[in-house]
Design a protein around this ligand. Structure first.
Ligand SMILES: Nc1ncnc2c1ncn2[C@@H]1O[C@H](COP(=O)(O)OP(=O)(O)OP(=O)(O)O)[C@@H](O)[C@H]1O
Length: 567
């Protein structure tokens, strides 16, 4: 050891001191005849490889190997122990099973004794929306859930089984995002225990989301991120001409149940629907309703998203889950960056004879939005080799004529459904939906058959004012209009309806009669359902006023429409 120490000291002095000093030291200590650094180095080498030094090297090597071997032995013993007596499951936050297990964990009673927990009011602290809607209808923000805190280790007991939970967050994708991993270690050799837990977690998750539809959008790294969770919209809230909705819903339902039919015939298991026609006619609303009805989530593919190119689009489409609705809104506008729908003359995409130009968006990539998706990129992504099986594609457009034939062909868009401006039938049904008595009232009414209907109703504003049906054309009483519009010099002015104002209780018969009067004033296929809805919203607790005012409103709407058509 002394010799090694000597060598080290000399090396240090060589490196730090001047050559002369170091040389002198080496010379004196080694009693070498040759002066200078060369002699020093050779004497160091001799010392390093002398018999005593080699022995010391060997001892060091043995000690190191012994240490490393025991470390490895212990670690493999620990792994063996864990593998023999525990079942370990790892959940990654990019997989939906992560959401199931987080919800399941948030319901475990063991949290009562945990000393460090993460509290979440809306989700489990990450992306999952499952508990945003409380089942009892109370304010979801009041629902507190406990979830495992990051970098903490928890012990849980379930059916007398000991388990350990660890949640770890680490940077991913080059440090741009945070990735969560949850490890569940169960003291058992029986795999059925894990399967049971997963099944239970999956059921709880499905139950929590029963009443909602989750909408996903893609982020800049082309990964799907949950944007929002919306309550399901009942199908009967969409009013279309008879038969249209049933056709689409039944078609989609039938498709989802025909996987084997498709695979037996070697047909790609995909279906596309193109909804086109007037703006505000219910295209998007129908898609959301269908998603709720079929229990599917909606994945919005925004072709004009900044930074999206053909490769990104393919990635997005191939990473869609097996059963879902992919939604492309305003598919025509995606290829006309910066040009408003109204001012765009209907073009045809691959009109250029130059094949290189044919596949490009009309205004050349990228548009002001930054998107670089080309038509051929879209076509390939829709039914190329990586396209996801089982997905339902819904595309909407207001400009059907502008779409390329290749995009519209069966296999890509199998069913084309046209949406029109509101018919009288739709106007009547919309009115009924606004003011129809609740189902309980309807049932009471049915019970009381035989009793004459009084024909008078409570106007609802103060609970006292009664008018006869025959007086429905009477202008609103001062108290009613006060609720709607108030403006005088002494108080603040407002337009709108107070939410405290109660809607009048109409009988089914009254509602039907008013709806007919309303529909009579609405011209066939001139106004959109969205605009009719907007009008009724203004009178949402005053059906009689709505009926009296509708004719004037229609006239105003038509004249402003005419003016904008002329511009
Ligand atoms: N047929 C309909 N039945 C019930 N409500 C409707 C209908 N059409 C439109 N609405 C109402 O009008 C609003 C706009 O509808 P929606 O967004 O579905 O129209 P759209 O056809 O997708 O319009 P755009 O083409 O401009 O995107 C929604 O609030 C919806 O409730």
């Amino acid at each position: 050891m002394a010799s090694l120490q000597q060598v080290v000291e000399q090396l240090v002095s060589l490196a730090a001191g001047s050559d002369a000093t170091a040389g002198a030291n080496v010379t004196s200590s080694l009693a070498s005849a040759t002066p200078g650094p060369l002699a020093t180095l050779s004497s160091i080498a001799k010392m390093l490889f002398s018999a005593s030094a080699l022995r010391e090297w060997a001892i060091l090597l043995m000690l190191g190997s012994l240490f490393e071997t025991s470390r490895r032995l212990l670690s493999s013993m620990w792994s063996w122990l864990i593998n023999s007596f525990f079942i370990t499951a790892v959940f990654d936050d990019e997989d939906s099973s992560f959401q199931w297990i987080m919800l399941w964990l948030s319901k475990q009673p063991s949290w009562k004794t945990a000393r460090t927990v993460e509290i979440s009011t809306t989700n489990y602290g990450i992306y999952s929306p499952a508990v945003r809607f409380s089942s009892d209808g109370s304010d979801p923000s009041q629902n507190l859930v406990y979830i495992p805190a990051v970098s903490e280790c928890y012990t849980l007991w379930r059916n007398y089984r000991w388990m350990r939970v660890t949640r770890v967050s680490s940077p991913s994708r080059g440090g741009w995002a945070i990735k969560d991993t949850l490890t569940l270690r169960i003291l058992t050799r029986d795999h059925r225990i894990l399967a049971e837990i997963l099944e239970e977690a999956k059921e709880q998750y499905a139950e929590a989301r029963k009443a909602s539809v989750t909408v996903y959008v893609s982020d800049s790294s082309n990964c799907w991120r949950d944007l929002a969770t919306r309550p399901k919209r009942p199908l009967n809230s969409i009013i279309l001409d008879p038969g249209i909705m049933e056709l689409v819903v039944e078609d989609a339902r039938d498709f989802l149940g025909s996987k084997s039919w498709y695979s037996e015939r070697g047909i790609p298991f995909r279906r596309g629907y193109l909804l086109y026609g007037a703006p505000g006619s219910g295209k998007t609303s129908l898609i959301h309703s269908i998603a709720g009805e079929l229990g599917l989530n909606v994945y919005i593919i925004s072709l004009s998203r900044s930074g999206l190119d053909d490769t990104g689009l393919s990635e997005l489409i191939s990473s869609l889950p097996e059963k879902c609705i992919a939604l492309m809104e305003d598919i025509d506008a995606a290829f006309h960056h910066g040009v408003t729908r109204e001012s765009t003359p209907p073009p045809s995409f691959p009109s250029s004879p130059d094949p290189q130009q044919a596949d490009r968006p009309q205004d050349g990539p990228p548009g002001p939005s930054g998107s670089r998706v080309s038509l051929s990129g879209l076509l390939n992504a829709l039914d190329g080799i990586g396209a996801q099986e089982g997905r339902i594609l819904f595309a909407t457009t207001n400009n059907h004529g502008s779409l390329d034939a290749a995009l519209c062909r069966p296999g890509r868009m199998d069913l084309h459904i046209e949406f029109h401006l509101a018919s009288k039938y739709q106007a009547e049904e919309l009115f009924k939906r606004f003011y129809a008595p609740p189902l309980t009232e309807v049932m009471k009414e049915a019970d009381q058959t035989g009793k004459a209907d009084s024909g008078s109703v409570d106007l609802g504003c103060d609970g006292k004012e009664l008018i006869n049906l025959s007086e429905s054309s009477v202008p609103p009483s001062p108290s009613t209009s006060e609720v709607f519009e108030k403006s005088d010099s002494t108080s603040a002015s407002y337009i709108g309806i107070s939410h405290r104002a109660r809607a009048p209780k109409l009988s089914t018969q009254q509602c039907t009669q008013l709806a007919k009067q309303f529909a009579a004033a609405v011209p066939e296929r001139e106004l959109s359902m969205a605009s009719l809805q907007g009008f009724l919203m203004t009178y949402k607790v005053r059906p009689f006023v709505a009926v009296t005012k509708v004719a004037a409103w229609v006239e105003k709407e038509l004249s402003s429409k005419k003016k904008s058509d002329l511009i």
